[in-house]
Write a new protein. Structure first.
Length: 443
């Protein structure tokens, strides 16, 4: 089930980025007094009262059509509004109601989405009287707040989560493996889908960005059921020109959320790019299984018997966090090795669902500690009391220790490597959580 999406919109310099950072508890947006600093949407997963959601920070909306940057920001915000489940319209309580606010309100009144009106920069009780003129916007009760001082932030978030659409669990066949095909535009995703399905089910074009929406296709191969989600190509923000293509980026991220296994398609000629890393990072952080498909390998120049080895080494170096992902060299055009895709997907799905008994895990821990004892830290040594598996998809392990602060990340990586050496877990990220437990407790 996809997370609800909240878009923060409003004219420049009303404090959208500051509010965005306060809610996300991360400094992910540039905060500056100069209008127009945030020129593109930024996505962030946030949580309030057990409600998880995705926030979109937009560029400010201006109505000066002669300024192409402001026009572009307006377009981005409109697209964010189209994609959002809830819209947070932020205005400046110190400046007061402006013509631009009224123009934005006109756009919002034409949407069928819930709109929350937040009046920012109400930094003291004396300024609360400033909110009343914003009733003229016809968008309901304004909520006074101060993003800088974190005043009334809870009331604002309460209103936001109350406006979320009713959660309807997505019906899913437990025996079916869902696959999201991701990657930048024009790397051959649609051609790969057609080869997998054995028919021209998706339009193939040399024009980047032909596939606009995520398309679900169910099929069976070797008595195994699969669902393919062919996504619109995700390209670097500075290269996204068409508004409809901007709209497709969030749909691609939603497709990853819905998938069990992600096929990350890379163009063999271009190699790994910064945008590939960002896409891979989203899939990794989402806990999805990953198979890297290097496409157009049939026409890769000057191949020799070491080409795949060198390319794989480069991939591992560039995407260090995806060391666990299998790499397949294929050609969607000719069908070369495409038949192995479903085999790898099935294998990775099995690895994601693997469970290891607690007794076996603790034997592994004892062996690991005897081979490489935990180092001393400030005169104290880490003691690992026991480990158990808490979940699958992705596999999650809880490690109980005498003091979590003594667990260095390098030793945690050592334990993860031991897990992979012994049991594989190929194609899936692992989640290792360290918790304190009294050595006297009975376990």
């Amino acid at each position: 089930m996809s997370k609800p999406i909240v878009a923060i919109v409003g004219r420049p310099n009303v404090g959208k980025s500051t509010l965005f950072n306060q809610i996300g508890k991360k400094r992910v947006s540039i905060v500056d007094d100069m209008p127009g600093v945030t020129r593109d949407r930024i996505y962030l997963d946030a949580e309030w009262l057990n409600h998880e959601f995705t926030m979109i920070d937009t560029g400010g909306i201006e109505f000066d059509e002669s300024n192409h940057i402001l026009k572009s920001m307006r377009s981005q915000a409109e697209i964010a509004m189209e994609e959002a489940d809830v819209i947070l319209f932020l205005v400046d309580g110190r400046t007061g109601l402006t013509t631009s606010d009224e123009e934005v309100a006109k756009i919002l009144r034409n949407t069928k989405k819930p709109v929350i009106l937040g009046v920012n920069k109400i930094d003291s009780p004396q300024l609360e009287m400033n909110i009343y003129e914003f009733y003229n916007l016809g968008l309901g009760d304004p909520i006074p707040l101060s993003a800088t001082n974190v005043m009334n932030l809870g009331d604002l978030l309460d209103a936001i989560v109350a406006a979320f659409p009713e959660e309807v669990p997505e019906e899913k066949d437990e025996d079916e493996i869902s696959i999201a095909v991701i990657g930048r535009p024009n790397v051959g995703k649609s051609s790969l889908v057609n080869q997998l399905l054995g028919e021209e089910r998706v339009i193939v074009s040399d024009v980047a960005g032909t596939t606009r929406d995520a398309i679900d296709t169910h099929f069976v191969k070797d008595d195994m059921k699969f669902m393919l989600i062919d996504t619109a190509g995700m390209r670097r923000r500075g290269k996204i020109d068409e508004p409809v293509e901007r709209y497709s980026v969030m749909r691609s991220l939603r497709a990853i959320d819905r998938a069990d296994v992600v096929l990350m398609v890379i163009n063999a000629f271009e190699g790994i790019t910064e945008q590939d890393k960002k896409i891979a990072g989203y899939a990794h952080e989402s806990g999805k299984g990953v198979v890297i498909v290097v496409n157009k390998w049939d026409i890769y120049p000057e191949k020799d018997d070491k080409s795949t080895l060198r390319f794989t080494e480069d991939l591992r170096e560039e995407i260090g966090f995806l060391q666990y992902a299998p790499v397949l060299y294929a050609s969607a055009l000719t069908g070369q090795r495409v038949g192995r895709v479903t085999e790898l997907v099935k294998y990775v799905a099995e690895q994601q669902s693997m469970r290891i008994k607690t007794s076996v895990l603790n034997e592994l821990i004892r062996d690991a500690v005897s081979i490489n004892p935990p180092p001393m830290h400030r005169g104290r040594r880490l003691k690992i009391l026991f480990m158990t598996q808490a979940d699958i998809k992705p596999p999650k392990f809880i490690i109980f220790v005498n003091d979590p602060e003594l667990m260095h990340f390098s030793y945690l990586r050592f334990i993860e490597n031991r897990l992979r050496e012994m049991y594989g877990f190929e194609g899936t990220p692992l989640r290792l959580i360290v918790r304190a437990r009294d050595e006297e407790e009975d376990y």
